[in-house]
Design a protein around this ligand. Structure first.
Ligand SMILES: [Cu+2]
Length: 456
């Protein structure tokens, strides 16, 4: 079985050393493989070329669609398995191109507390030395942001703490029903890290062109294994965890890549089994550092307590819709009209969820937070909103849906006497990343917002 290694132990760590000195054999083989695949691009589309691999994920508006391309599966419970199969197929292409049959993709664990969260230098330098000569570095990609990934963007606690893979009207680790919302691990770190790296990584249409894409996704894939190893994690296929039709759609899923006449296919049974010959890899480590492990365990307890023990997709009734629909644009305040208040029994709600459906944008900020007030002149309470990865800049993926868990501000709203009369909601550019403030041209439009509450 091949081992996918942590890049932290492979990198030379210093830009000058990366420019002039030898690289770890795993990274040297990756660079040679990427270079060989890129060289094939000149001859037009071929399944073993670099752009074919990138276009399989997404295509830009200048690229003619073909069946093998633009397949990426986002905002879906199939996000994790589709990308796992995609990585396995790509890994084989690199092995073939580099002539290294035992090579395995490294992973980039930017969430480790000790990580500098900056690009490994082998990906950052524009040139490297091969046989005593300075040559272009095939792992370099233009337009990436220079600053480290913000620590909060790389946070894994919220994702790993989710007890369920899939939930109804809220984000489980791997997905949310109806199947058009992001699971927690896809939201963060995945989407946020894409936007923080920048360049080609900012859009699903181009992300696969950046060699770091594959190490980012190896880490997301590794987090799936980390989550599975945690006590109490409930798989989609566990008894009673999902509706039979969802389980059957999951079990019968097959993914295919490469030549349309003779594609390589990956059935779900193989994707779920890392020992299967078409996977055949393990990770150097799926063990969390102590501080993160403690934070995950504590957060998981909190989530289970807030859910009052009742958890599972068959309990759809536990979320009660209380808000009517309305239009929401970033920077613009709107009251949410309620029909007849909260409509709950005597017990006050314990959780609050905003469902934003049909979001569109032309050139949005990287991320938005959500400001909530119990009345137009009341104090503002801010909760984390969403990353805009995939919201704009691709031919197809220009409408997104988001679930925003606003439970953290519920006690304050109830304290202020909020009884379900109205909420004032605003989207704000997340200030930690972008200081430009409200810019109408970069506004997000949301077609429909629904407020859900949950009582004990
Ligand atoms: Cu991605």
């Amino acid at each position: 079985m091949r081992t996918r290694m942590d890049i932290e132990g492979l990198t030379v760590g210093d830009a000058d050393a990366a420019r002039t000195g030898p690289w770890h054999p795993v990274l040297d083989a990756y660079a040679r493989g990427v270079e060989a695949m890129k060289a094939r691009d000149d001859a037009g589309p071929q399944p073993d070329s670099w752009m074919w691999a990138a276009n399989t994920h997404g295509i830009d508006q200048f690229t003619q669609r073909r069946p093998a391309w633009a397949q990426c599966t986002h905002a879906s419970l199939f996000f994790l398995p589709w990308h796992r199969a995609y990585l396995a197929w790509f890994e084989q292409s690199i092995r073939d191109a580099a002539g290294e049959p035992d090579w395995a993709l490294p992973y980039w664990d930017y969430s480790q507390p000790s990580s500098p969260r900056t690009l490994p230098v082998e990906f950052a330098v524009e040139q490297r030395t091969v046989d005593g000569e300075l040559v272009d570095n095939p792992l370099f990609s233009p337009g990436r942001l220079a600053q480290p990934i913000p620590a909060e963007d790389a946070d894994v606690v919220e994702a790993l703490a989710q007890p369920h893979y899939l939930l109804d009207r809220e984000a489980g680790f791997g997905g949310a029903l109806p199947d058009q919302f992001f699971g927690t691990v896809e939201d963060r770190p995945h989407n946020y890290v894409h936007m923080a790296i920048g360049g080609f990584m900012r859009s699903p249409a181009t992300a696969g062109r950046d060699p770091i894409f594959w190490l980012h996704h190896a880490n997301i894939d590794r987090l799936w294994e980390v989550w599975l190893s945690l006590e109490g994690s409930v798989r989609l296929t566990d008894a009673g965890a999902a509706a039979p039709e969802v389980v059957s759609a999951w079990d019968s899923a097959t993914f295919w890549f490469g030549d349309e006449q003779g594609p390589r296919t990956y059935a779900m049974a193989a994707v779920e089994d890392l020992e299967h010959e078409s996977m055949d890899y393990g990770y150097e480590s799926i063990v969390l550092d102590d501080a993160t492990a403690d934070a995950v365990a504590e957060r998981r307890e909190q989530i289970l307590a807030a859910a009052g023990g009742g958890f599972g997709v068959d309990e759809a009734a536990r979320w009660q819709a209380v808000g009517a629909t309305f239009d929401l644009a970033s920077g613009e305040e709107r009251d949410i009209p309620f029909e007849g208040g909260l409509g709950l029994d005597a017990a006050p709600p314990t959780r609050l969820m905003l469902e934003l459906v049909g979001a569109t944008a032309h050139d949005p900020h990287p991320a938005y937070d959500v400001e909530i007030r119990s009345a137009p002149d009341a104090d503002a309470h801010v909760v984390r909103g969403f990353s805009t990865f995939g919201l704009a800049g691709t031919p197809d993926d220009e409408v997104r849906n988001y679930l925003v868990d606003a439970s953290a501000v519920l006690p304050a709203l109830l304290d202020e006497g909020w009884g379900g009369g109205a909420l004032t909601v605003r989207l704000l550019p997340a200030s930690s990343r972008d200081g430009e403030g409200g810019d109408d041209a970069r506004a997000v439009q949301v077609a429909q917002v629904t407020v859900y509450v949950q009582a004990p």
